[in-house]
Design a protein around this ligand. Sequence first.
Ligand SMILES: [Zn+2]
Length: 126
Amino acid sequence: MVSEDAGRAGERICRGCGERLRPDARPRAEFCSSASRARQWRAERRLRRLEQSMEFLDLVTAFHSFVAAAGRIVPTLRHHTFSDDERTIVHENVARCRATLDWVEMAVDTGKVDMDDELARLLKDE
Ligand SMILES: [Zn+2]
C-alpha cells in the first residue's frame, strides 16, 4: 500500500520542482541537484549579461569621450600654425584611430575580437 508521501517524517521538497529531495541531501538543501544546476546556470548567465552590458557601456563611453574632446579642442586650434612634426603626429594618430574604428566595427559585426598583427603594431607604435 502506498503511504501518503507528504506525511512522511523528515521529508523535504525541492523548492524548484516540488520533487522529494534525496534523503542524503545536505541538511540545509532546498533544491534538488538538477534545480541547483539550473539555478547556477541562470546565475552565471545573468552575470555574463551584466558584464557584457557594462563592457558595451564602456565602449560607447569611450566613443563619446573622444568625440566630446575633439569637439572641444579642435575649435581652439583656429589660429594654431602646425609644424611639419605636429602634422605628422596628428596624421599618425588619425590613422591609428581609423584603424581602431575599423577593428571595432569588424569585431561587432563578426564577433572576431582579435587584433591582426598590423593593427597591433600600429597601436603599439607610440
Ligand atoms: Zn527539484
